[in-house]
Write a protein that binds this ligand. Structure first.
Ligand code: DC
Length: 230
């Protein structure tokens, strides 16, 4: 990389439960690149708005909240999951719940909320590189990223994965309820007017249904390999 060339970005977009979070973290660790979990930003805004008692459909109030909220990612001292601090409060556990996901999806459809989070996301692009996990990383935030992946998996498989994750955390959920929520969230995320969930034209599509984590990581890393000349 020459001093003037832009910091490389690998965007990993896709619907909830496609494995983006786990895959992005593993790929970033493998490459020694920074990680942007953009979903956590939307979750944090939804959470902060809830703490302020705001009506999540009040676009002006939620936008003001998105403009002022202080979000900090902090590496866990034990090497575990990164902690997310919202206005100084460690909200890591609260942000993982389905309620936080639904709130995030709702406020993410407000264009001015999305605009308020742009600079924060661009700020993550630092050497030696960035893995950006989200819905619109390759289409809106980093359209010039040299590497783009769109992960998918069937709704049934995504519900199963989510069910296992949440059960392991001791949360009480049902598989059918999760699948319904996932499908509703997909529809909302894909049909919103601003930055809808869709693959960038130049993204490599990877369907992870039935694939193990290691195979998906290998497939994503292969996207960074130079293609043989035709
Ligand atoms: O990836 P996640 O489940 O943490 O995301 C939570 C919600 O945030 C998701 O339903 C849609 C929204 N989101 C978004 O609109 N754009 C992003 N780049 C990331 C998340």
């Amino acid at each position: 990389m020459s001093p003037s060339s832009p910091v490389p970005v690998l965007t990993i977009d896709g619907p909830s439960g496609s494995g983006k979070g786990t895959i992005s973290r593993l790929v970033a660790e493998h490459l020694g690149w920074r990680l942007l979990d953009s979903g956590a930003l939307y979750r944090a805004v939804g959470y902060a708005a809830g703490m302020e008692g705001l009506d999540l459909s009040d676009a002006e109030a939620v936008t003001r909240c998105a403009q002022h909220v202080k979000i900090r990612f902090q590496a866990a001292p034990d090497g575990g999951d990164t902690h997310v601090l919202v206005n100084g409060h460690d909200a890591t556990d609260e942000l993982r719940t389905e309620t936080a996901g639904a709130a995030a999806s709702a406020i993410a459809s407000i264009p001015s909320v999305r605009a308020a989070l742009v600079d924060l996301q661009l700020g993550f692009r630092k050497a030696p590189g960035l893995v950006a996990d989200g819905r619109d990383m390759g289409t809106v935030i980093f359209p010039d990223a040299p590497y783009k992946v769109f992960l998918t998996a069937s709704a049934a498989e995504r519900a199963k994965r989510r069910y296992k994750q949440l059960k392991a955390k001791g949360l009480s959920v049902t598989l059918s309820g999760l699948q319904r929520e996932i499908e509703a969230r997909d529809t909302r995320d894909a049909s919103r007017a601003v930055a809808p969930l869709k693959p960038a034209d130049d993204a490599v599509l990877v369907d992870t249904t039935g694939m193990g984590i290691d195979d998906v990581v290998a497939k994503v890393l292969a996207v960074l390999q130079p293609r043989p000349a035709a």
